[in-house]
Design a protein around this ligand. Structure first.
Ligand code: TRP
Ligand code: SF4
Length: 328
């Protein structure tokens, strides 16, 4: 249909999206929509690989995630936005790929090794968790994506995808292009406590936070740890609040803050207030759109249904080729 190259990426619906997600992935996806033929999907089956015990929230999270996506500017007119579990072909391709994927490829996957030791509150010794990258490979090659915009932590998964695609082509004939990871330069924005922003650390500012909540969260942010008293000069270069200013304040404000922080002319309380104001203002259009979509439940459902239709068309075509190649 279009001459544009295709890219694809997905997100697990494990909770509301925060500023880390916005600057780490979503803003980039929004700009990729024009130059590329984009497929973005909600990876609900992937969420199950680790959160299989309690599945009560997942339907709500899927809906909220689609609303977050639409609110930041992902558009069903430009991109194909869909939900993984609605395209059953992913499961079929996953099954076929699992036949040809050597287990040691999965066992030496760094993300797997790391999570299995770190998330020891959950029993992750499941077949599904080990097979996570095989399901991801089926997501990606199903649409013959040339590029996969992801963060650095996902690069090993794209690498395994390439290996699986290569092996499929070698065994059955050339069906799949080998996708490549498109790494995104992301601003370093940390959570309220200066650790990585994450829902599970309780240090995140969510896109859906109301203004009062944002102000309260910002006022609790950790600043330059060396600046103990108001009259001590601060160092903006090590201050997370300053990083936020760089994203949300005007050039002049940013420069002013840097100088007056170093000379102790501005205190952290005032500095945070200013930042919170600018942050709230910057998020205003997102908040408005979120409200709009929240009040139009039918519309979100329609968008999801239309996305599924578009995705399914491509998936069915690919599966036809797969069946022909495998002779099953
Ligand atoms: N594993 C990805 C993550 O946790 C989510 C994901 C699933 C994905 N399938 C994908 C990303 C395919 C890119 C392409 O972020
Ligand atoms: Fe950070 Fe602003 Fe305080 Fe300086 S004045 S340490 S930039 S919060």
């Amino acid at each position: 249909m279009t001459g544009k190259k295709r890219i694809l990426s997905g997100m697990r619906p494990t909770g509301p999206l925060h500023l880390g997600n916005l600057h780490g992935a979503l803003s980039n996806w929004v700009t990729l929509q024009d130059p590329y033929d984009c497929f973005f999907f909600i990876a609900d089956w992937h969420a199950l690989t680790s959160d299989y015990e309690d599945t009560r929230s997942i339907t709500g999270y899927i809906r909220q995630m689609m609303i977050d996506w639409l609110s930041v500017g992902l558009s069903p007119d430009k991109s194909t936005l869909f939900v993984q579990s609605q395209i059953k072909e992913h499961a079929e391709l996953f099954l076929m790929l699992s036949m040809i994927t050597p287990v040691p490829w999965l066992e030496r996957n760094p993300t797997y090794k790391e999570q299995i030791t770190q998330l020891n509150s959950k029993d992750l010794s499941t077949f599904g968790f080990l097979g996570y990258p095989v399901l991801q490979a089926s997501d990606i090659i199903m649409y013959k994506a040339f590029g996969v915009p992801v963060g650095i932590d996902q690069v090993p998964h794209v690498e395994i995808t390439r290996e699986i695609a290569r092996r499929f082509n070698y065994l059955y004939g050339n069906v799949f292009p080998e996708p490549q990871a498109i790494l995104t330069e992301t601003p370093k924005i940390l959570g309220l406590d200066r650790r990585k922003m994450s829902k599970s650390y309780h240090n995140a500012i969510f896109l859906s936070d109301p203004p009062g909540e944002i102000s309260a969260k910002v006022s609790g942010m950790i600043t330059d740890p060396q600046r103990a008293r108001r009259q001590d000069p601060g160092n903006p270069d090590v201050c997370n609040v300053y990083e936020f200013h760089k994203l949300y304040s005007s050039r002049e404000t940013i420069e002013q803050i840097a100088t007056s922080c170093r000379s102790a002319q501005i205190g952290c309380v005032e500095c945070k207030k200013l930042m919170a104001q600018n942050l709230i203002r910057a998020l205003e259009p997102i908040r408005e759109k979120r409200e709009y979509y929240t009040n139009q439940p039918g519309m979100v459902e329609d968008i999801i249904a239309t996305g599924a239709e578009k995705a399914r068309k491509v998936a069915l075509q690919t599966m036809e080729e797969v069946h022909r190649a495998i002779r099953i």
